[in-house]
Design a protein around this ligand. Structure first.
Ligand code: PXP
Length: 248
């Protein structure tokens, strides 16, 4: 039985595929990493099928859908191609993210306000197909209002600016970002949205985010895959889990 009040950890395995693709072969296998993460205590697996297929590929998503016992959180840009894939596979969750070809990673949140009617039409069939639709946004009340209006079930708050400020030693800016995330988590929850958070989280930055009572799920990838080089993937996940639980 799952405990509804427990903070869930979604492990993002994109960068196992980045490493595989660096050599063009079949290893390391992202599905193997996902199964290991599942065994190590991940409550879900997150994978981003980018338009340019730079890491995860279509066959990886198919294989994850077949292999996983835990839910798949399918991250994708709001394109027709991705909608077709999501409607065919019907993953547990679809997280809609902004995507630019030239970026190294997802740089900011989605502008829901600027494309509200289009996004409302876009997510309606995904919802009807049974996927929980999550919208990746910054800590901004106007964006949260728009996400609620279009009928999203979940918002995922972008923690990148908070993590960057911490890494760069800009602690006043970090604390301001954390305060905004805290306030907006409370606000989104008051509108009936489920609140998730992620991007750039590390052992050093996870606790204050895990401590936000409205946050139900964290999605963490790059740091865990990097840390796996030093301590192994399962111990890295176990240590992240421990820090999340201790902060709760
Ligand atoms: N959540 C979302 C919506 C993302 O786009 C990403 C990166 O793909 C993550 C979480 C995980 O970020 P990171 O790999 O920096 O932990």
């Amino acid at each position: 039985m799952t405990d509804a009040s427990k903070l869930r950890l979604g492990v993002n395995i994109d960068h196992v595929a980045t490493l595989r693709n660096a050599r063009g072969g079949a290893v390391p296998c992202p599905v193997r990493a996902a199964l290991l993460a599942q065994e190590a205590g991940a409550d879900g697996i997150t994978a981003h099928l980018r338009e340019d297929r730079r890491h995860i590929r279509d066959a990886d998503i198919d294989a994850l859908m077949d292999a996983l016992a835990v839910p798949l959180n399918f991250e994708m840009a709001a394109t027709d191609e991705m909608a077709q894939i999501a409607l065919r596979l019907k993953p547990h969750a679809v997280c809609v993210v902004p995507e630019k070809r030239e970026e190294r990673t997802t740089e900011g949140g989605l502008d829901v306000v600027g494309s509200e009617p289009k996004l409302a039409d876009y997510i309606a069939p995904l919802r009807e197909a049974g996927s929980r639709v999550s919208i990746f946004i910054g800590a901004d009340a106007a964006q949260i209002d728009a996400a609620a209006r279009i009928g999203a079930a979940v918002i995922e708050l972008h923690t990148g600016a908070y993590c960057d400020a911490h890494a760069e030693g800009r602690f006043d800016a970090r604390d301001a970002e954390l305060a905004a995330l805290s306030e907006m988590a409370t606000y989104a929850h008051s509108l009936g949205l489920e609140v998730h958070a992620g991007h750039g989280l590390t052992f050093d930055t996870v606790a204050p985010i895990a401590a936000l009572p409205e946050v139900m799920e964290l999605n963490i990838g790059h740091f865990l895959i990097g840390e796996a080089v030093f301590m192994g993937l399962a111990p890295a996940i176990a240590e992240m889990r421990r820090r999340m639980d201790a902060a709760r």
